[in-house]
Design a protein around this ligand. Structure first.
Ligand code: MF3
Ligand code: CO
Length: 253
């Protein structure tokens, strides 16, 4: 069931989204060779809790950390560990959720660590831009799959793999709500977008094949060809005439 949020709920989601992005900003500044993903997890936990929120992912379906930290061929759901140390040339996808007074903000970014090869930087840039290509279709009256189709169409030009086994989702008082938001498909399908819908749009893009597998820890999701992957996510609101991004660093950006 899709829920349409009230002004009160939207205000809480803006706060949640802002807090999650503050945690992203703190992590971005800490990324360098030699840092462990466990240290990054601690940074996010501290930022989120010091702003009166809780990490949305911690204990969600048994997930054991505050963030997902996914290096290189890890697509999503990398579990932070003190044994996982960033090296020069890595790329790392960080996914963060914050729960503020019962409402979630969910956002992901991929960052380069040190000197990163240009093909990896291109993957990061195209993944980010694919989110914004989809966002162009986020307005009342359009269909959900208009967003999905725009993401896939943009990414296909670069011959990257669009992950199909995971999707974006509605977001609100639950981290995952209806509808699922695929990053592929034909336009003109799915629910009609309406004012008050809140969606987490999150392209996961692989340099090689779109195919992924989940490791034996039950979380870590990797590309089957070991090629790198990037992730970009914001939580957004459908407004009267378009969209508002809820996961922003500055409150009036
Ligand atoms: N942003 C991810 C998602 O939207 C993170 C979920 S990780 C989990 O699904 F641990 F919370 F499952
Ligand atoms: Co999400």
């Amino acid at each position: 069931m899709i829920t349409y949020k009230s002004e009160r709920e939207i205000a809480l989601m803006r706060q949640a989204g802002h807090i999650a992005m503050l945690a992203h900003e703190a992590i971005r500044k800490a990324i360098k060779p030699g840092v462990s993903t466990k240290e990054l997890d601690k940074i996010a936990y501290d930022v989120i809790t010091s702003h009166g929120a809780t990490p949305s992912f911690l204990n969600y379906n048994g997930y054991p950390a505050s963030i997902c930290a996914s290096i290189n061929e890890v697509v999503i759901h990398g579990i932070p560990s003190k044994k996982q140390i960033l090296k020069d040339g890595d790329i790392i996808s960080i996914d963060i959720g914050a729960n503020y007074k019962g409402y979630h903000g969910d956002c992901a970014r991929t960052w380069p660590c040190g000197n990163v090869k240009s093909d990896r930087l291109k993957l990061i840039e195209v993944t980010e831009q694919s989110f914004f290509e989809g966002l162009k279709y986020a307005r009342p009256g359009n269909r959900l799959s208009d967003i999905s189709c725009a993401i896939e169409t943009y990414v296909k030009q670069y011959h990257y793999g669009v992950v199909r086994d995971f999707t974006g989702h509605g977001v609100g008082s639950h981290l995952h709500e209806d509808p699922a938001v695929p990053n592929y498909g034909v336009a003109g399908e799915g629910p009609i977008l309406r004012k008050g819908m809140t969606l987490a749009i999150e392209p996961m893009i692989n340099m090689g094949t779109h195919r992924v597998k989940i490791l034996s820890d039950g979380w870590t999701t990797v590309t089957i060809d070991h090629m790198p992957s990037a992730h970009y996510e914001n939580s957004i609101l459908i407004t009267d005439d378009g969209y508002e991004i809820l996961t922003k660093i500055k409150e009036n950006e």
